[in-house]
Design a protein. Structure first.
Length: 194
């Protein structure tokens, strides 16, 4: 099936490889789940893009342990033409699978929720390293940062709480206690007209 963008057919950069074909060091490849799971560490760290064909009858949780990196895309290096894709300039290794993320308004920090480990990671955007880690209530799933960058609210689905992080003091405050299943967060302007 051809790829279509802005009404134009594009070439597919991914090359479908048979299970017994040699894996190239770079370039975009598409491989079977069986092939990927035979050597996931090597394949997930290769320079080129790796696509995995995941069958509908296979549990996607088998793939989750290999989704422990964030792609850093350098938008400043983007070409003038809109059809040139952004390129990953670096990967940030994480100790967990990132479930949600939100930048601070000043662009200095990226907050990353790790649902399985019940943690919030703070990535320093200048060094692209993890600067801080906070233990949160069970299953953090959404992050909302106040427009002034002072507070981050993190919904913790299974715990029924919203964690509150003071971003100036880097301290967790008392959580907001709700009911299990609390999930999405959004700002609503105070001056809504009825």
């Amino acid at each position: 099936m051809p790829l279509v963008k802005n009404g134009k057919i594009l070439g597919d950069a991914f090359v479908h490889l048979a299970d017994d074909a040699e894996i190239p060091g770079d370039g975009a490849i598409l491989i079977s789940s069986t092939r990927f799971l035979a050597d996931p560490e090597t394949l997930s760290r290769r320079a080129g893009k790796t696509g995995v064909i995941w069958p509908n009858n296979r549990d996607v949780d088998d793939l989750v342990p290999y989704l422990d990196r964030l792609a850093v895309i350098d938008l400043a290096d983007r070409k003038a033409k809109d059809d040139i894709p952004n390129k990953v300039s670096r990967w940030i290794d994480l100790p967990c699978v990132a479930y949600a993320s939100a930048p601070t308004p000043d662009g200095k920090w990226l907050l990353v929720a790790c649902m399985a480990t019940h943690q919030l990671l703070v990535i320093d955007m200048a060094t692209l390293t993890i600067a801080k880690t906070f233990d949160l209530p069970q299953s953090p799933s959404e992050i909302l940062v106040t427009p002034d960058g002072a507070i981050a609210f993190i919904s913790c689905v299974s715990a029924g709480k919203i964690a509150v992080l003071d971003l100036r003091a880097w301290q967790l405050k008392e959580p907001i206690v709700l009911t299990a299943g609390v999930d999405g967060l959004a700002w609503v302007p105070a001056n809504l007209s009825r």
